[in-house]
Design a binder for this molecule. Structure first.
Ligand SMILES: Nc1nc2c(ncn2[C@@H]2O[C@H](COP(=O)(O)OP(=O)(O)O)[C@@H](O)[C@H]2O)c(=O)[nH]1
Ligand SMILES: [Mg+2]
Length: 413
């Protein structure tokens, strides 16, 4: 193990950005969620579009597109562990399915699965209300089908949504690409991108940015695409990336991912590029850990979780690379790639990991502080009796300002 005296100490600052933190998380998502939260994946039908009075809702991710394009399959495969083949038997969706996904402190949103398409001219359908609280709109296009109608629907949906809420991230999944050759995939993506952008330009809306992804439920592409969509909704993403960068550069690690174990969405990675193979290996490693743990780790007498504080795994690949998985929180895992010679300094890596974990905790603490402060403000705002002076006083007592992780010292050799 490398002694701390040789180490280069680094202090990192975690800035709390109040404006970014606002509006993304539910009020009742408190510290418990970080340590002892429960997976909440209840499904309900389309009623209850209205936001709670507090105005604080999880960001919405809308799944839209023509019928049979694969929307429900995507949701079932990513969030319900349905096997891709089982989606063949999915019944068509006839009402909006709303689902809360609160796997961890950083992965918290609602997914709305739409039946076919919205009829924007139906007066009983309040699409303005839906778009107002939306963080991301995923438009699914079946790449194995003729996509002319899908493109005109995409244009209509995006332009309507943009008028209501210009902050929405527009994500286009060119889906079911499993049947296409690599060349055909690239060509389809280019063609759809060009046509969709031309349509927007004709309408004078070239400032709308569409992000395109090639996806299929039969490989990891759908998880990777969803990871990118979710990351855009995590206000703390730059801080998490920064922490990962510092962690890997001081530990001799080549690549690190912070994974939400339940959904296999990676919520952050360091700033080096991600290649699909590495991501797939991480997903496989998580599956191995959970499967082995479920089969051999749990006993009937001793109830427990397949993933807990003790969870860790080391896999030596035949190309002198080591994969190292460690538990960060009940729902998050860090998966690292490093060379065998770097892994000899495991003590240093573990020490730095300990610092990294503490820093994540501090980022979360700030978020909780911001939320509590906002909850207080919101309660006061709604209470007519509350005098303005006491509101100001309470804000002063509970400042939202940034914190400095002075305790976080990463070491390197
Ligand atoms: N080949 C292929 N088929 C898919 C994929 N995703 C979904 N499907 C199939 O597409 C059909 C329609 O899916 P569904 O989720 O019901 O579509 P929805 O109407 O948009 O919700 C089902 O038979 C799925 O098995 C994919 O990635 N590849
Ligand atoms: Mg459906």
């Amino acid at each position: 193990m490398t002694s701390s005296s040789e180490g280069v100490s680094k202090y990192i600052e975690v800035e709390d950005d109040e404006t970014l933190a606002i509006g993304y998380y539910d009020d009742d998502d408190d510290f418990d969620t970080f340590t002892d939260g429960n997976l909440d994946c209840s499904c309900e039908d389309g009623g209850g579009f209205s936001d709670p009075l507090s105005g604080e809702v999880k960001p919405r991710i809308l799944l839209m597109g023509l019928r049979r394009s694969g929307k429900s399959s995507i949701q079932k495969v990513v969030f319900h562990k349905m096997s891709p083949n089982e989606t063949l038997f999915l019944e068509s969706t006839n009402k909006i399915c709303r689902e809360d996904v609160s796997n961890s402190s950083f992965v918290s949103f609602q997914i709305w699965d739409f039946p076919g398409q919205i009829d924007f001219f139906d007066p009983t359908f309040d699409y303005e209300m839906i778009f107002r609280g939306t963080g991301a709109l995923i438009f699914v296009i079946d790449s194995q089908d003729d996509y002319v109608e899908a493109l005109s629907r995409l244009h209509l949906t995006v332009t309507r949504a943009y008028k209501v809420n210009p902050e929405i991230n527009f994500e286009v999944f060119i889906h079911k690409v499993d049947g296409l050759s690599d060349d055909a995939k690239i060509e389809k993506q280019r063609d759809i991108h060009k046509r969709a952008n031309d349509d927007l330009a004709d309408a004078g809306l070239e400032k709308i940015h569409l992000s395109l992804y090639l996806t299929s439920i039969y490989d990891h592409s759908i998880f990777e695409a969803f990871s990118k969509v979710v990351q855009k909704l995590i206000p703390q993403l730059p801080t998490l990336e920064n922490l990962l960068n510092i962690f890997i550069s001081n530990s001799g690690i080549e690549k690190a991912f912070l994974f939400d174990v339940v959904s296999k969405i990676y919520i952050a990675t360091d700033s080096s590029p991600v290649d699909m193979q590495t991501y797939e290996l991480c997903c496989d490693m998580i599956d191995v850990v959970i499967d082995i743990s479920c089969i051999y780790g749990l006993t009937e007498e001793k109830a427990g979780q397949p993933y807990d504080k003790e969870s860790m795994a080391i896999i030596h690949l035949n190309n002198t690379t080591v994969m190292y998985l460690k538990e960060v929180t009940k729902f998050l895992a860090l998966v690292c790639f490093l060379r065998e010679e770097s892994f000899e300094r495991k003590g240093l890596i573990d020490y730095n990991f300990h610092c990294f974990k503490n820093a994540i905790q501090e980022v979360f603490d700030v978020r909780v502080k911001v939320q509590k402060n906002r909850k207080l403000l919101s309660q006061r705002r709604w209470s007519k009796q509350a005098p303005m002076e006491s509101l100001a006083a309470s804000t002063e007592r509970r400042p939202i300002g940034g914190i400095t992780c002075q305790s976080t010292i990463f070491k390197s050799t």
